[in-house]
Design a protein around this ligand. Sequence first.
Ligand code: ATP
Ligand code: MG
Length: 457
Amino acid sequence: MIIEEKLPIPHTMADTMSRIVSKFSDSGFECYLIGGSVRDLILGRKVYDYDFATNARPEQVQKLFRKVIPTGIKHGTVTLLKNNKSFEVTTYRADGKYIDGRRPESVSFSETLEEDVLRRDFTINGLAYDLLNGKIIDYVNGLRDIERGIIRTIGDPVERFNEDGLRPYRACRFASKLEFTIDEETFKAIGRTLEIARKVSVERVRDEFKKILETKKPSIAIEYLRTSGLLGIFLPELVNCHEIEQNKFHIFDVYRHSIYSCDAAPQNNLVVRLAALLHDIGKTPTRRTGNDGDYTFYNHEVISAKMTRRIMKRMRFSNEEISKVNNLVLNHMFHYTDDWTDGAVRRFMRKVGVENIEELFILRQADRKGNGSRNGLPAPILRLHRRIEQVISDDNAMTVKDLDINGHVLMEELGLVPGPEIGRILNALLEMVLDDPALNRKDLLLEKAREISGSPD
Ligand code: ATP
Ligand code: MG
């Protein structure tokens, strides 16, 4: 089916892309905009990558243009650089057999656009656009599905998921990203092909999961992942939170509270999104019934942090991501009262790490939103926030490094040798400075160090 329609390509891109396509057509080749970019243009969404499909072979594309990088030549993909922009151009393919639901055994080029479209995953991703004539080419009823907001595989869903176990995860991701519904047959097929989905490498699943966490409402995808059985493959701990009722102050079970908190965390902050999703994951193993008959979850933040570390390690997140998320989860239960001394405020800051404080407040806010209707932060928490800002602007000492003295000076002045004694003295000095920042002066610190040195712990 061919539909005449001019898609709203931003004019900064239109000219460059027309030139590219003209070059192909002047040399007798076909070249279409394809896949996600066509879908997003129709939906009026921002397009990040413009991909092309062509019947020209990679070596022919390399001859047509000056700057061509063979980025994925095995799969028929090259990257064109033009006017400081880059475009992926892929030769029509008809994918070979899949082994174990992983990568195709071989890639064979194809002569027709239709064959190239039929190898693609979902109908909404199977549209091509003829840029020069303003025509959408639709072999798979992709336009209808875009209009109805439906994710449906091209061809038989069980077959397509058996070919590639990543596709079911992608279906869930697109459901969140586009706020679409997964077609019923397609959804059922996910449950029937879990054995294939299980074989996908942990890194590829993690990358899909990260992309899900970057969508506006990850809860949509996560709920599809759970109900289809995919979530049980890579995050069974979260499945276990489902229908774990909380105490009387909560309207949601732990699972729903977790996914709604995740939605409420900032879309562009993966660390806080993960912390929001996992902050209560330890509630399931710590739930007890208290004397009043209501549930308690003592120490759940410690268990949650441990579980978070284990989950993120298993999914091969970076060490930096793991330690940041772990730290937020561990500290998420902080409870402030106005009788905190300035020393207590500074100690709290030191425990959390000054660089993580802001995110801890953002997490608290998401946690509250994830509880239902409450918005923003309560007055005492805002007062703590102001006190912290004050400490930061006063530039008060926070770590041993910020002391107006260091190990070398101690060794020289007190005739000490390198060893644990130095660390003990520095820590004692820091404790003193946390209570009274005015003491952070080399002369005063030295005097105090003399007192401490030699004295027992
Ligand atoms: P996004 O906005 O997330 O980039 P996209 O549709 O561009 O969405 P990509 O992963 O960039 O997704 O893939 C580009 C196109 O390649 C898809 O639109 C689809 O046509 C095809 N495709 C990607 N992955 C698969 C797959 N696993 N199986 C079949 N076709 C795929
Ligand atoms: Mg893309």
